[in-house]
Ligand binder design. Sequence first.
Ligand SMILES: Nc1ncnc2c1ncn2[C@@H]1O[C@H](COP(=O)(O)OP(=O)(O)OP(=O)(O)O)[C@@H](O)[C@H]1O
Ligand SMILES: [Mg+2]
Length: 368
Amino acid sequence: MEAIGQLSSGIAHDFNNLLTIIIGNLNLLIDKNPTNTELIELASPALDAGKRGAQLIQRLLSFSRQQPLKPKVIDVSTLVADITPLLERSLPSRIKLAIESKGGQPLIARIDAHQLENALLNLIVNARDAISESGLIVIRTDTKILNDTEAQEFDVPAGSFISLDISDNGFGMEPDIVSRIFEPFFTTKDFGRGSGLGLSMTYGFVKQSGGGILVRSEPGQGTTITIVLPIHQDYPEEQVIGESEQPTIRREGQLVLLVEDDAAVREIVRKQLMELGHPVIESTNASEAMRLINQVADISILLTDVIMPGSQNGRELAQEAKIRKPSLHVIIMSGFEDLNKSEINRPTFTSLSKPFTKKQLAFALGKA
Ligand SMILES: Nc1ncnc2c1ncn2[C@@H]1O[C@H](COP(=O)(O)OP(=O)(O)OP(=O)(O)O)[C@@H](O)[C@H]1O
Ligand SMILES: [Mg+2]
C-alpha cells in the first residue's frame, strides 16, 4: 500500500504537469477555432482523453488514500436525493432505481461530497453492468449501530454510523471474485469498458474518511455493497454548506507573477492568464520570484507551483512573499500535494490542482 502510494503520488505529480500542457493547449486550440469543424473533430477526442487521464490519476491517488480531501458538513440523504437524477441518466430504462431513506431524518456527515457522489456513481455503474436484462437497483440510507463483531467486519470501531446500501439483483459474484474486487486494476470487464479502479478508489476514499465498506454477493441473486460513515457530532454548530460555489471577484488587468519551473506548463498557464485579461511576468524559481516581488511594485497576484528546484519551495515562497507584501493575492498550484495535511497550522492559501481549466483558474484568481 505504501509503495503504491509513493508510486501514484510520483506519477500524479509528473502526469498532472503533462496533462496541464495537453489539456490547456487543446482547450485554447478549440476556443480559438470555434468554426473549424475539422479541427474540433480531431481535437475534442484528444481533449476528452486528456481529461480521462486526469480522472485516472485522481482515482489512483484516491485508492492509495493520497488524495487531498475537501470535507464539508453535509446531509447524506440530501446528497443522495440531489444526485439521483444524474444516476438515473446513467441507467437504461430497463433498469429501475429506487431510493429508500429512513423517515426524513438528517444523516449528517463531514465528508468530501464530490468524492462521495463519485463513489455512488461508480457503484451504480457497477450494478448496471451486472444486470444483463431488466432489474432493480436500490439505494438505502439509514443509521446503523455496529456491535463489536459487525464493526470488525467493517474494520471500524464499534458504535453508530450512517449507512448507505447499494443493492442490485444482477448476476452477483463468486467468492473468489468478491475477495479481489478492491484490488486496483482488478476487472472482469472487456478492455476499454472498465479500468478496475472504481472500487479500489471507493475503498480508499471510504477508509480515508473514517468509514468502512462490506460486500455481500450471491451468484445469480445479486450484490449489496454497504458503506458506513462516521456521524458528524458537532452538528448544528457548523453550517451545512451547499456544493455550488460561484466565482466571486474578477481581477482582470492585475499583474500576475507566475512561478513555475516547467517551461511548457508555464507557457500554457501564461496563455490562460492572458486570455483572462491578466498581464504576466514569469519566473522559474523561488529566489528569483522573491527578487521580482521586491522590485516590481505592480505585482498583485502570485501564482506559484509547489515543487521547484532551489532551496525554497512554492509554499515557502508564498509565505515569505505574503509577509513582505500582505496585500498580495496568492494561489498555490500543485501537481500533487496532500493539501489537507500541509495546511494544518499554516496560513492557508487558495489552491489549484493541476491539471486545471481556464474556468477553474478564473475561479481561483477571484477567490485568492
Ligand atoms: N454490483 C456488482 N455485481 C457484480 N460484479 C461486480 C459488482 N460490482 C463490482 N463487480 C466486479 O468487481 C470488479 C471490479 O469493480 P471496479 O468497479 O473496481 O472496476 P470496474 O467496474 O471493472 O472498472 P471501473 O470501475 O474502473 O470502470 C468488476 O469488474 C466486476 O467483476
Ligand atoms: Mg466500476
